[in-house]
Design a protein around this ligand. Structure first.
Ligand code: NAD
Length: 270
């Protein structure tokens, strides 16, 4: 059994991860971690989740949690994940990062931790989205710049970052298909007198509201026709199952920062 620590155990994803690990016959929950001062710290996890007591107390002692686990699954905030990545690497603990909203400096810090640590980082852990990433790259390459690419995403009202990590993954894939860098062509959230659409731009638009789990459309709008690739997530258990799969997969890997495409065996070849 692979021993798993869940960071941010009271969060939307944290609680889903606890349930997913509990349902697994390959993993066991060794620690539930919350931030210092959080109301769940010191309480029994089962009771805090509204069920019966289970004999595992929610902790803010990250060092002790890491010492007693094989993998830590982390859907928290960029600052927490960047601090954790070095600590997990130093402790020989596999680190699955589902957090989104990283800056370029954060991403560089995570990449450098991959020299010694075992890391899977993915803005989206679902099979369908990762397949969509591959398809987006292929379609962008096949259709060329005569087709305008727009990425439209929708998430629940509590989401704090935009565009979503998934939208950025899709944008990166579209840019790679065209042989350009996303940073040079991204056009995020137009407003006002923007002028006509720039040739080769990749547009991003974010809908926020209600309880959307996560929806992404990649629109290729050409003369006289449109191609739309769509993914709809209707249950966040999907992401938790992907994260657990990544944690198990990392147990047989050497150091490196891996993507969900690697875990799923969808890494493009050549
Ligand atoms: P949330 O706010 O419900 O949960 C975050 C939790 O982290 C909170 O419980 C918070 O108290 C906890 N936390 C903060 N600081 C901490 C610390 N120092 N130690 C331990 N815990 C700490 O948010 P959420 O909806 O669960 O999303 C979390 C992140 O995961 C976001 O970045 C979101 O975009 C991302 N996400 C990714 C995927 C994916 O597939 N990669 C899917 C869903 C959400």
């Amino acid at each position: 059994m692979v021993r798993i620590a869940v960071m941010g155990a009271s969060g939307r994803m944290g609680q889903m991860l606890v349930a997913t690990v509990d349902a697994s016959d390959q993993a066991t929950l060794s620690a539930a971690v919350e931030r210092e001062g959080h109301g769940w710290v010191g309480r029994d996890l089962g009771a805090a989740m509204g069920g019966t007591s289970r004999g595992l107390v929610v902790t803010d002692d990250l060092g002790a949690a890491l010492a007693a686990c094989d993998a830590v699954i982390d859907f928290t905030t960029p600052a927490v994940s960047v601090a954790l990545v070095q600590q997990a690497a130093a402790g020989g603990v596999a680190h699955v990062i589902g957090t989104t909203g990283f800056s370029d400096a954060d991403l560089a810090a995570i990449a450098s931790a991959g020299a010694t640590g075992r890391i899977v980082r993915a803005g989206n852990m679902s099979l369908g989205v990762n397949l969509l990433v591959s398809l987006t790259q292929q379609v962008a390459a096949a259709l060329g710049e005569g087709f305008d690419i727009e990425i439209v995403e929708a998430h629940h009202r509590h989401k704090v970052d935009a565009p979503s990590g998934t939208a950025l993954m899709l944008g990166d894939a579209a840019a790679a298909g065209r042989g350009v860098r996303l940073g040079e062509v991204a056009d995020r959230g137009r407003d006002g007198i923007t002028g006509a659409r720039a040739e080769g731009a990749i547009g991003f638009h974010a809908i926020r509201g209600g309880d959307y789990v996560g929806e992404h459309d990649v629109i290729f709008a050409g003369p006289g026709e449109r191609v739309v690739l769509r993914h709809v997530a209707s249950d966040r258990a999907l992401f938790a199952r992907g994260a657990l799969r990544a944690a198990l997969w990392l147990q047989d890997r050497g150091p490196g920062e891996y993507a969900m495409l690697d875990v799923l065996g969808l890494t493009p070849r050549g």
